[in-house]
Design a binder for this molecule. Sequence first.
Ligand SMILES: Cc1cc2nc3c(=O)[nH]c(=O)nc-3n(C[C@H](O)[C@H](O)[C@H](O)COP(=O)(O)O)c2cc1C
Length: 322
Amino acid sequence: MLVLGLQGSPRRNGNTRFLLAAFLEAAARRGARTRLLSVPEADIRPCRELGVCEKRGTCPIRDDLAREGYGLIREAEVVVLASPVFFYGMTAQIKALVDRCQVFWARKYRLRLADPRRATRRGFVLSVGATRGKNLFEGLLLSARYFLDAIDAPLAGSLLYRGIEGPGDLARHPAVRGEVEAAVEELLAPLRRRRRLLFLARQDDGIGPMAAALAGHRAAAAWEVHSAGLEPAANLRPGVAEAMAEQGIDIGFQRPRVLEEALAEGPPDVVVALDAAAAAARLEGAQHESWEVPALEAEPPGRLRDALGPRVEDFLGREAGG
Ligand SMILES: Cc1cc2nc3c(=O)[nH]c(=O)nc-3n(C[C@H](O)[C@H](O)[C@H](O)COP(=O)(O)O)c2cc1C
């Protein structure tokens, strides 16, 4: 399970960085994989309202968001937006990222696509401000809430600190560490109780991502679902994301993973082998099963998706039943 922190403060040793680092450390201690994207140091350009995303669900601006950020935002199960209050809103740097996530808004509301794990994805907000007014965080929270809705990671909670101005102010706050621990525990507890399911194939470029998306879509609350390949692959095969999109499931930003990457999520409880190469692999401590499914080269992705659906249903039913 990936917890992604989006860091919005331009200050090198600022309060937001301190707060987000504490949050990610608490998540890592609970077994989550964590990733920090420090937006002011990244090449992330503002939205130019070109209108491409509204039609195609992609953005033609080539920067770090296109190269890696969109994929990370989709891969994460928890997305943490962290920013100081600048003029009652978030910083310009992180607002640029938020605006560019109109891509996700368009995929969700124009193209009617949903993240396969939308039932379990969560958003969280961390913020600090110098003053103490009642409305200090209202502007930032309103933007953040709509951003998190657009990326299918609805706002689950926030930690907001008033009267924080100088670089070391928050580190001296008496309660912050305990509050971070409590918030992370509450957020991750239901996600950590799940069993881990890994779909394994020779390459993670089609059948595995489809099976994982179907299983995640149906049962993300019970299973942390991953897919991986024994050999690397550059991209999903043509037509795979489109076949899932026909059912409203968005895997458009997914990239193939190798087994080592999937194992970094923690040991799987169940491994489902999707071809002969994967059936020969054995992971210690995991329950194994092999599914007879047609090879992707032999079938159009839509047919394969339809063949996988009942297998996924059967698996989830069997496991839920006993
Ligand atoms: C451009 C700018 C605008 C700010 N606007 C506000 C504001 O509207 N309200 C407020 O309470 N603090 C405001 N601040 C203060 C910061 O929120 C405060 O110093 C915060 O601790 C900075 O967080 P950081 O250390 O993570 O960068 C502003 C600071 C800057 C530089």
